[in-house]
Design a protein around this ligand. Sequence first.
Ligand code: ADP
Length: 539
Amino acid sequence: MQALTQLAAALADWRAALGAEHVRDDAATLAAYQNNVGGLQRHIPAVLRPASTAEVQTVVHLANRHRVPLYPISRGRNWGLGSRLPGRDGVVVVDLARLNRIREVNVAGQYAVVEPGVTQGQLFDHLEQQQLPLLLNVTGASRDTSLLGNALERGIGYFSTRAHSLSGLEIVLGSGELLRTGFSHIAHVKTAHGYRHGIGPELDGLFAQSNYGIVTSAGFELMPKPEAAMAVIAKIKDAAQLAAFVEALADLRRRDVVRSVWHIGNRERTQIALGPLVFGQLRQREPDATFVALRAKAEALIAAAGFGPWSAVCGILGSAGELKLARRAIRSALHGLAQVMFITDGLLRAADTLSRPFDFVPWVRDQRIMLHSVRPLADLARGIPTDGPMQSVWWPLGELPEKPSDDPDQSHCGMLFCVPFLPPDGRCAREAMDLTYQVYAKHGFTPFVTLNLVDSRSLECVINNAFDRRQPERVAAAHACNDELTTEFIRRGYPPYRVGPQDTRLIVDEHDLFWRTVRDLKHVFDPNGIIAPGRYNLV
Ligand code: ADP
């Protein structure tokens, strides 16, 4: 009862400060934030939409006054890992979408200073419009995902992890004070985003995967735009070759032939990533064919194109000469093991023009369809964000979204992620996959897997299921499956690098000094426990 009066008083004060239209507690708004692809139930009492750092400070000050907890989201696209949901019921969501300014782009320094609402699509479009020679470390998720929220969750980009990509953070602490990290707290500083460590203890890391404050801006690292780019696709025919495949790809990474992430997908993952794209191409040619017929055709085309048990893709950036050398080294390293294909601008142009007159030859037509379909993947390899692969969330249910940019949280599709890190070791990858298939079979699910060789030291597993949220027993089974797999990976020494709020209990531990220290720090930054209670913390 007391909590309700506190909330009512806080809502009145927030309305006065932000304007009533930016403080929402109507049923439709709350439903849109509570709907989530993970099929979790959570009560969100209200949503606040501040538009500036000053407004975020006011929101936090008022939350402290009335003792009402807050949960910040940048764009809230944390699909399969909690979407927009706080860790507990009764926590007010602070949606930072209106803080969407690109404050600065520094070409020589290779960074942009962005606010949390800036999406990867927005920054990409800005760089293109301004014709700036900079490239974005994109993720395979939609154009609408944030840069800051994703980096704060230590998301993995197409080229490298985003964990180290932030600098000079501006943070509204749980206490309401404004903290600036690195050099950025020093008056008139000109190097806040160049040398990110600043002087003295480095605090930046404390604000990733934590609940101490709300980040309202940060420098985001960019890459120089290369002279040339190509995507490499490598496919093996026999599942028993997985260990050797991982070893060979890791070795190319260690030798610096490949400097970006190898994304190695299982057959099921490749089918759902490419299926909707091939389907789209086929539908243009045969608009009257049924969905089922086109879907079967798409799947057959993908198999015929040699996408077997495991296929890998990566981007190579550099000069024309460097690309040529990389091609030779990759061919020789994978000779006899995998079929390799290089997707260059030249090849894509040829697919558009040269082969068109021969479209009546089925083989040529199928090749063209496949090339057009892999284009979004090739685009990612050159830093172009795309919504295309998101359709894979609908595909296992035998459906497609109305638009590729549709938000799966607002659909009936279900999906949960389990993301343990492994060493870049073939045998270990094989054993992890044996475990995955075994646990998934027990619960009656198909595992969609990508093994990301993030660098020469680590292999990220991204394992997801697919289910229909309209069937409660399948939702329960999907959670049991995901929890059992996560728990078993932890037992074997391979904890996940990220969890949804429902799974924090699997990783935080009162008996571990690490988590007790994390709790103690909470009292320093957020004495009243306002920000994201329970998120990556005991409190
Ligand atoms: P995206 O839309 O890019 O997927 P989200 O907005 O869903 O990112 O955020 C992912 C996670 O990061 C959530 O747990 C969220 O609480 C946290 N987070 C997002 N933005 C901020 C922020 N500005 N400050 C602190 N934590 C944040």
